[in-house]
Design a protein around this ligand. Structure first.
Ligand SMILES: NC(=O)C1=CN([C@@H]2O[C@H](COP(=O)(O)OP(=O)(O)OC[C@H]3O[C@@H](n4cnc5c(N)ncnc54)[C@H](OP(=O)(O)O)[C@@H]3O)[C@@H](O)[C@H]2O)C=CC1
Ligand SMILES: Cc1cn([C@H]2C[C@H](O)[C@@H](COP(=O)(O)OP(=O)(O)O[C@H]3O[C@@H](C)C(=O)[C@@H](O)[C@H]3O)O2)c(=O)[nH]c1=O
Length: 305
């Protein structure tokens, strides 16, 4: 194992990718690849030659893939594009990482589940995605896991943070523009702070290269989210309370918020396997939300609450 591993971070401009740039920096040399190549090599996951070239030119010791097609509703009318990015590109990544035994960390989603259950989903529960996004993400995780590549697939959920398209920033904007909002109260899940996800990912990568974690022993599928559970209405209400907004929130059923893609009614993930394997704590979603809001205030970003 090398002392300064070359970590190829794909999707470094996304909300999780942007956090990973900072958390991975102490672990090794981060090569920040993105679609437009702003701070490193450019890569287009729909183009297999581009992905092969990226691997050839950067010769990574590890890969963290935070790139994905994440527009859940738009995916319903762009299934081929979503499959190319979320599914086919992962089959090629698996091929490129299997023989040289390059460790890969990849992210998947709670939307691989149907949402019809009476307990938090465990890794071994059958996935039955109802949306194009969910189906293509499942194809990607299966391609990686079935290949035998030394890969960790981290299924997460309801990711938010200080950057990117996410529910927290949408609410902060809408609180400013509107006096009342109607928010779905019958979809239950767990908000997950992008920084927390990036931090645990970096911890694991650190232990693979500088500790005693053997990727061949621990490769596989893990559920990783914040702790606890709530509805989108509960999440919005917590944001409203924390920011002192006067916007009135009304809980509504999903049937009153029609959308092209179906969402699972219940997609809480059981994170016991992850916590037991890695000994890492996953703070309650309310605790992380408070830290993230404090971070936003400090940044004096345009979204400052
Ligand atoms: N957001 C969420 O709520 C959740 C996300 N996840 C998973 O977590 C991971 C990270 O998600 P998140 O950071 O939120 O996603 P984002 O949409 O914020 O970021 C995805 C990144 O992928 C890039 N990308 C898209 N298409 C291509 C392409 N053809 N070639 C190269 N790069 C491309 C995007 O670039 P550009 O912006 O230039 O298009 C963007 O920077 C994903 O695997 C996602 O499925 C899982 C559960 C919940
Ligand atoms: C803006 C708004 C949204 N909603 C609802 C719609 C939807 O059910 C829920 C969340 O909407 P969003 O479009 O922000 O989130 P959505 O794109 O469904 O989020 C999903 O993204 C993908 C990438 C994932 O992997 C999932 O884990 C999940 O985070 O909030 C309201 O009820 N009222 C509103 O005013």
């Amino acid at each position: 194992m090398t002392d300064t591993p070359r970590i190829l971070l794909i999707g470094s401009d996304g909300q999780v990718g942007w956090e990973l740039r900072r958390t991975l920096a102490p672990v090794g040399q981060v090569i920040a690849a993105s679609f437009d190549g702003a701070d490193g090599p450019a890569v287009d996951l729909t183009d297999s030659a581009s992905l092969r070239r990226l691997f050839h030119e950067t010769a990574p010791d590890a890969v963290v893939n935070a790139a994905a097609y994440t527009a859940v509703d738009r995916a319903e009318t762009e299934p081929e594009l979503a499959q190319a990015i979320n599914g086919d590109a992962l089959a090629l990544m698996a091929e490129l990482c299997t023989a040289p035994r390059i460790p890969v960390i990849h992210y998947s989603t709670d939307f691989v589940f149907s949402g019809v259950t009476d307990h938090p989903y465990r890794e071994e529960d059958p996935a039955e995605p109802r949306s194009v996004y969910g189906r293509t993400k499942l194809a990607g995780e299966q391609a990686l896991l079935d290949s035998g590549a030394p890969a960790l697939v981290l299924r997460t959920a309801w990711v938010y943070g200080v950057r990117g398209r996410n529910f927290l920033l949408t609410m902060l904007n809408l609180f400013r523009e509107r006096t009342e909002l109607r928010i779905v109260d019958d979809q239950i899940g767990t908000p997950t702070w992008s920084r927390m996800l990036a931090e645990v990912s970096a911890q694991i990568t650190y232990r693979i290269f500088h500790g005693s974690l053997d990727i061949e022993q621990i490769k596989g599928l893990y559920h990783v989210t914040g702790g606890g559970a709530t509805s989108w209405f509960g999440f919005a209400e917590a944001i409203r309370e924390a920011t002192g907004s006067q916007c009135r929130l009304t809980p509504i059923p999903t049937s009153e918020y029609p959308a092209p893609a179906p969402r699972p009614a219940y997609s809480v993930l059981d994170t016991g396997h992850f916590r037991n394997t890695f000994g890492l704590a996953l703070p309650d979603w309310r605790q992380s939300l408070a830290l993230c809001l404090a971070d936003l205030r400090e940044q004096r970003s345009p979204y400052t609450p």
